[in-house]
Design a binder for this molecule. Structure first.
Ligand code: TYD
Length: 208
């Protein structure tokens, strides 16, 4: 990856962990302080990615595990090359909902694919690019499920997976954070949104 002057922050966590709320609060805090922020997400942070998002989240019926992993990786390759890297080169702060840790946690949690291979695939797709900071919103699967149930929104393919799947996703995220403590900040997503936001701001202030 070429030299970059911006700051790249990703948000990770299970479905219903409150990533969107925290991204909104952080974006407001950063823009109020005069920073240029690009909010984006995977899958679906580019035009091509939008089409891929529709397949991976809304296709009725099975998608072969390797095909699913490649679809997320394809979205990632195009997103990093055409959206994230240019913004970082312009010196912006990129605030991104989900990145390769989601692939390792979700595609690896199905137990069919090897987590290391999934990570290697994503790193190849993104030419090795890793964020400066990854915020992990950690929440137990039961609380997350209660939140999703009360959100009154139809479930997508991954949200409808069974509870054990989501427990494995959570464990995988925590293992990733433990393996790279300098990149990750783990937050207890059961806390009040303002408390979580304050923890995030304290860490981000040191970066920007
Ligand atoms: P998200 O955009 O957070 O869903 P929503 O808009 O409904 O909150 O994520 C979509 C789903 O995609 C989520 O269940 C996790 C999954 N996912 C993967 O399985 N692998 C990946 O690499 C990524 C980025 C997401």
């Amino acid at each position: 990856m070429t030299a970059r002057s911006g700051v790249w922050i990703t948000l990770e966590g299970g479905d219903g962990s409150g990533k969107t709320t925290q991204a909104e609060l952080l974006e407001k805090w950063l823009t109020d302080a005069g920073h240029t922020v690009l909010r984006t997400r995977e899958p679906g942070g580019s035009e091509v990615g939008h089409l891929i998002r529709d397949i991976v989240l809304h296709h009725r019926g099975d998608i072969a595990p390797r095909a699913e992993a490649l679809l997320y990786a394809a979205d990632r390759a195009h997103h990093v090359a055409t959206v994230v890297r240019p913004a970082l080169e312009r010196g912006e702060i990129v605030l991104q909902d989900r990145y390769l840790d989601s692939s390792v946690a979700y595609q690896g949690a199905g137990r069919v694919l090897d987590a290391t291979e999934v990570r290697e695939l994503s790193l190849w797709a993104a030419e090795g690019a890793l964020p400066d900071l990854t915020l992990l919103l950690d929440l137990d699967a039961a609380t997350a499920r209660t939140r999703l149930d009360s959100a009154d929104k139809p479930f997508d393919r991954l949200e409808s997976e069974k509870a054990e799947f989501h427990t494995r996703v959570r464990e995988s995220f925590l293992a990733l954070a433990a393996a790279e403590p300098e990149r990750f900040l783990v937050l207890d997503a059961a806390q009040a949104p303002e408390v979580i936001a304050a923890g995030i701001r304290a860490r981000v202030a040191a970066l920007v």
